[in-house]
Design a protein around this ligand. Sequence first.
Ligand code: ADP
Length: 300
Amino acid sequence: RIAVIGSNNMDLVTYVTRVPEAGETIEAPSFEIGFGGKGANQAVAAGRLGASVLMITKVGDDSFGAEQIRNFEANGIDTRHVGRVANMSSGVAPIMVEPNGENRIIIVKGANAELSPADVDAAEAELATCRLILLQLETSLDVVYHAIEFGHRHGIEVLLNPAPAAADLDPARIRDATFLVPNETELALLTGMAVTDEASCEAAARKLIAAGTRCVIVTMGAKGALLVEGEKAVPIRAFPVEPVDTTGAGDAFIGSFAHFYVSTGNVEASLKLAARYAAQSTLKRGTQKSYPTAEEFAAF
Ligand code: ADP
């Protein structure tokens, strides 16, 4: 069983021919709604693969909140600890996409900002049955630190994906996470070191290992990933594809890794499968819409 303690967002994507000026009203050719938020994305990737997933998050008392809960349930995710906050909007991300693919994104945290350490404690009985807790940085840092301490105290492994990059993350309070999974930008910010190639990636990851983290996995987009654990550094090759849309590939990688890892206990083998799953997710447009089911993955 996997627990995800994190965010959910409704992506409101408007495809514009150009961006409106201040005070101007324009028409846009199309609009799409998509389920998003790093926490929800990772939970859905694991859920589609058949994992048993407990989701700890908060939604507002609007129609988006109800849809988020329906979406979790449709993906087999346990929603007993999805809270509904009165007089509050759900997390939303209004996004404008120009014809050249350029994005303008606004994130309104809404109910996500209300998730608190007390919500983690309230799920103690269910959390105690989990093998792995997944965390990201779209909830308050208090929740992240508390969940790491909670996992440490209960002997539950914790994976922290320090995304989006946050300059105020306290390195001393995340070293008890079992797995740290940053991308190159996040790794550079976390360590204050320049990350430009595999050698500098490994050097920066070693700094986190020296500080007490057991295992660092750096994702590097089309270049794959690098696993650094103890003395060893293992490059994980990207699965070669011609991507259509890489949005959400990082979350597909982490959610699927969590599923394969709790099923097998083998980090390296699970990372290879996660690279294949994330690559497959780049072949379709959208975020959660592009995440394969177990059957689709087996056929890939
Ligand atoms: P993020 O979006 O969080 O920065 P990355 O871009 O590093 O994450 O992608 C996460 C993982 O997804 C990579 O480690 C890789 O395995 C896979 N991936 C991403 N982009 C591609 C791509 N163009 N081709 C193949 N695999 C990819």
